[in-house]
Design a protein around this ligand. Structure first.
Ligand code: ZN
Length: 201
């Protein structure tokens, strides 16, 4: 493919806005002095078509599979917010892992939330839901001092997002190999109170 054609495809989204040769000027290299023209600014165009949300999700699921040499075929898809929030509660549900009595599983992500979220939050969410559905992990509510979660399985992904870049290897390893309770914390008392909540002390 010629340079002209490569350039044409690279800048295809721009051709209706900019003169082709102003965006794709491969003929004027060399002796041309600085030009003054009426052409629009030729600042770099926005990156060509960003990934769709389906492509982003597929890439993150593939990253999970590669990271953990994991293999699974259960459904992963997007659902509208009205489906995601049908379980009740006042906060928006952004991801779910559903496990059915026959052992089948499905993972859904909130299609309205997804385009508004930071890329790292989306990665942590995908790994969290697959932590449930692939590694069969429950939530881990423990925190280190400074409020750093023990696990991606903390029931709120926001603090995990905060600490993930500084503790990437820790979190990736922990998801596959949950950290046991530290013996320093013994004795451990699980107390169920009259309101039905069970807490660990
Ligand atoms: Zn969860």
């Amino acid at each position: 493919m010629s340079v002209i054609m490569k350039c044409f495809f690279k800048y295809m989204p721009m051709i209706f806005l900019l003169n082709l040769f102003s965006a794709c000027n491969t003929k004027n290299s060399g002796s041309a002095p600085s030009m003054t023209t009426d052409l629009p600014s030729t600042t770099a165009p926005a990156p060509a078509s960003p990934l769709t949300k389906e492509q982003e999700m597929a890439a993150l699921i593939q990253e999970f599979k590669t990271t953990y040499s994991a293999s699974f075929t259960f459904l992963t898809d997007f659902k509208p917010a009205i489906y995601m929030n049908s379980g009740g509660g006042s906060t928006t549900t952004v991801g779910v892992c559903e496990v059915y009595s026959d052992g089948s599983k499905q993972v859904h992500f909130n299609q309205e939330w997804w385009p508004t979220a930071a890329s790292l939050a989306k990665k942590i969410l995908v790994f969290h839901e697959l932590g449930h559905c692939f590694f069969n992990r429950a939530h881990d509510t423990r925190l280190y001092s400074g409020a750093r979660p023990y696990s991606i399985m903390y029931p709120n992904i926001d603090p995990v997002v905060t600490y993930f870049d500084s503790y990437t290897n820790y979190y990736i390893t922990e998801l596959q190999n949950p950290i046991a309770l530290n013996t320093i914390q013994y004795p451990i008392t699980f107390s169920t109170t009259a309101d039905g909540l069970c807490s660990e002390n």
